[in-house]
Design a protein around this ligand. Structure first.
Ligand SMILES: [Zn+2]
Ligand SMILES: [Zn+2]
Length: 377
């Protein structure tokens, strides 16, 4: 098999600068990248060829030898050029694939310490609990390091032995053409060790399913969809890796009376229309389980909104409280006593049904009265 000239491979001149060689290689590597050309053998060959050319031309010493003596001068054992992986380390976006193909790491390693999986727990709390904050106990099933074998998977007294197939490296290397190719060892699945007598507690897994009780502190003011992160309370890591985290995702139940909007609370209070007409004081329940007094001025229109500052939900990060917004709704008495009826009739006599002026200074309401006037001419 004849090899192409490395300058030709990268399509650069013989006196090309380091920078020219670098950008020429990057262009080719991205073009023929295995991720972009899945299953394309020709592209993979081009990708390898470019990497080989770059490995030589990017190294001043190798380039000088290549210039004088050609391919033979830079060939490593078995004709391979003897890669220095660090030459590729600056190509972040292609380095992993080069490592996978040529077997010098950089790709996904198995068998090393792995962080445990993050877990999610959905927690329902009442509206009142979100207003006051709460402490609750949850139970999560999760995999924890087996105590019997401390995670090794081997029965006590029978430590795992070195994998005979890969001699503990977790990888099998073999020569393919000019290159050394590494594959994950099938016998030990990349861990480099073989469990000969599995631990009886975890059946060789190294982890066991456990129902763990945890106390969760829910801060006051938390809202639906917000989450709490409990560090290191996720699943156990593998091969001595750290555990994952636990995310508690909150779902706050609706309140029959209050609606939440940010840190503000809104509610509707039915009020006798006489109170709205004459003005007065009304009682408003608050989320803090006490009662607030709201002064309603004379001539208040139904649907008017009043704001009680600082009577809403506490801010979850402790920055004060939101407001309470109260919408007053006029209620019409359904059944009148004799006396009430008499008084209403007197009122009706001096307050014609459709010819009074709007009491509110609200522009919208004025608009409605003007329109009604227009209809009747
Ligand atoms: Zn075990
Ligand atoms: Zn092995």
């Amino acid at each position: 098999m004849s090899k192409r000239d490395y300058y030709q491979v990268l399509a650069v001149a013989r006196d090309a600068s380091e920078q020219d060689i670098k950008s020429a290689y990057r262009r080719l590597a991205l073009k023929h990248h295995p991720d972009r050309n899945p299953g394309d053998k020709a592209a993979e060959d081009k990708f390898k060829e470019a990497a080989e050319a770059y490995a030589v031309l990017a190294d001043a010493d190798k380039r000088a030898r290549y210039d004088r003596f050609g391919h033979a001068a830079v060939a490593g054992g078995g004709g391979a050029p003897g890669f220095d992986p660090t030459i590729f380390s600056e190509f972040d976006d292609i380095f992993g694939s080069i490592g996978d193909i040529f077997g010098f790491g950089g790709g996904r390693r198995r068998g090393g310490p792995q962080r445990g999986a993050d877990l999610r727990y959905d927690l329902d709390i009442s509206f009142e609990q979100s207003a006051t904050g709460a402490e609750t106990t949850i139970q999560i099933p999760r995999r924890e390091t087996c105590e019997t074998c401390t995670g090794s998977g081997s029965a006590p007294g029978s430590p795992p032995t070195t994998c005979p197939q890969c001699r503990g490296s977790g990888q099998l290397r073999y020569q393919q053409g000019f290159f050394t190719v590494a594959r994950t060892c099938g016998q030990c699945r990349g861990s480099g060790r073989i469990v000969t007598k599995p631990c009886q507690t975890c059946h060789g897994e190294g982890t066991v399913e456990h129902l763990r009780k945890l106390t969760v502190k829910v801060p006051a003011g938390i809202a639906t969809g917000q989450r709490l992160r409990l560090m290191n309370e996720g699943e156990a890591g593998a091969n001595g890796g750290p555990p994952g985290d636990l995310y508690v995702v909150l779902n706050v139940q609706e309140h029959p009376f209050f609606q939440r909007d940010g840190n503000d609370l809104a509610c509707e209070i039915p009020v006798n229309f006489t109170t709205l007409a004459l003005g007065g004081e009304i009682k408003v329940p608050s989320i803090k389980k006490d009662t607030e007094t709201l002064k309603v001025p004379e001539g208040t229109a139904t649907g008017s909104v009043f704001r009680l500052r600082g009577k809403g939900m506490p801010d979850v990060s402790g920055r004060g409280r939101g407001d309470l917004l109260i919408t007053v709704q006029a209620i019409t008495p359904r059944k009148l006593t004799k006396e009430q009826r008499k008084l209403f009739e007197q009122l009706a006599a001096i307050l014609p049904p459709q010819e009074f002026e709007p009491t509110s200074r609200d522009a919208d309401e004025r608009g409605i009265f003007d329109k009604v006037k227009d209809i009747f001419g």
